[in-house]
Design a protein around this ligand. Structure first.
Ligand SMILES: O=P(O)(O)OC[C@H]1O[C@H](O[C@H]2O[C@H](CO)[C@@H](O)[C@H](O)[C@H]2O)[C@H](O)[C@@H](O)[C@@H]1O
Length: 257
């Protein structure tokens, strides 16, 4: 395990959190466990991060969750996460296995039709349907097309009644239900009766989770950008180091206590 890239202040914060009566470790997926790649189906979590999450799930009084913008089913397929990791999809809209009700599906389909009327014929734009919405990826589009499509989506489909827009990395997500990772984190924390939470995320959509952290919790922003998190690591490789450190320290603490 290499922990050299984990800053001393973060090491200290993780060490303190590792001694919590009940620890919740929650991670974002894309850009945090898995490096960002050109196509969403090719994203894979780094093996050392999966190993560390596996170690953490095996510990008593420790809850591990991945809270992603991806649809729950997609997260389960792409994630290859260790057994015991709780999966939360669609930015918190999918906290369990419940299928969305008919009204949500009908409104989602109408939303996707409206989105298609904006994106039809634009090269490099990729639609990712989700149970309650759609993500419009513009990573592969010409920059002028990407800007034009995003503006048209914000002015059009995003204004439909009940539609919520969330901007991410080269993506605009439109949903017919309102959800955010901060609210999902609250639910996880309550269910786990966690006394300390460690949350790691890289995107704007992770900021609602950082906002909900309490004294003694640890928020870790991955990569550059403005954040409310107290700590930062440069990339998913150092996320793996931080998770490994946390797993080792918690195992040692539990063994002693
Ligand atoms: O909350 P996350 O787990 O970070 O999910 C956020 C979105 O991730 C995916 O899109 C992003 O990652 C892709 C693969 O690296 C990248 O190609 C894309 O540009 C990024 O926006 C996913 O496809 C979305 O559904 C998630 O909401």
């Amino acid at each position: 395990m290499s922990t050299g890239a984990v800053e001393p202040l973060l090491r200290e914060a993780l060490s303190t959190a590792s001694r919590a009566a009940h620890l919740l470790v929650a991670c974002d997926f894309d850009g945090t466990l898995a490096p960002i790649v050109a196509h969403r189906d090719d994203a894979r979590a780094l093996t050392p991060s999966l190993d560390a999450l596996g170690l953490l799930t095996a510990l008593r009084d420790t809850t591990v969750a991945v809270v992603s913008g991806r649809a729950l089913r997609d997260l389960a397929d792409v994630g290859h996460l260790p057994e015991g990791v709780l999966l939360v999809g669609s930015h918190g809209a999918e906290l369990g296995d419940d299928e969305p009700d008919h009204d949500v599906v009908a409104r989602r389909d109408a939303l996707i039709d409206a989105v298609r009327s904006v994106t039809a014929g634009v090269d490099g734009v990729d639609l990712e349907p989700k149970p309650a919405g759609v993500a419009v990826h513009v990573r592969a589009a010409a920059r002028t097309d990407a800007a034009r499509v995003l503006d048209a989506l914000r002015a059009g489909p995003a204004q439909l009644p009940g539609v919520v827009a969330l901007a991410g990395k080269e993506v605009l997500e439109l949903s017919v239900v309102s959800a955010d990772k901060g609210a999902a984190l609250e639910v996880l924390r309550r269910r786990a009766t966690a006394t300390a939470t460690v949350f790691l995320g890289d995107d704007l959509t992770d900021e609602t989770a950082f906002e909900r952290l309490l004294p003694g919790d640890v928020g870790v922003k991955v990569g550059p950008g403005v954040t409310g998190a107290e700590h930062r690591v440069p990339d998913p490789h150092v996320v793996a180091d931080a998770l490994a450190l946390l797993a080792t320290e918690r195992a040692a603490w539990l063994a002693r206590s």
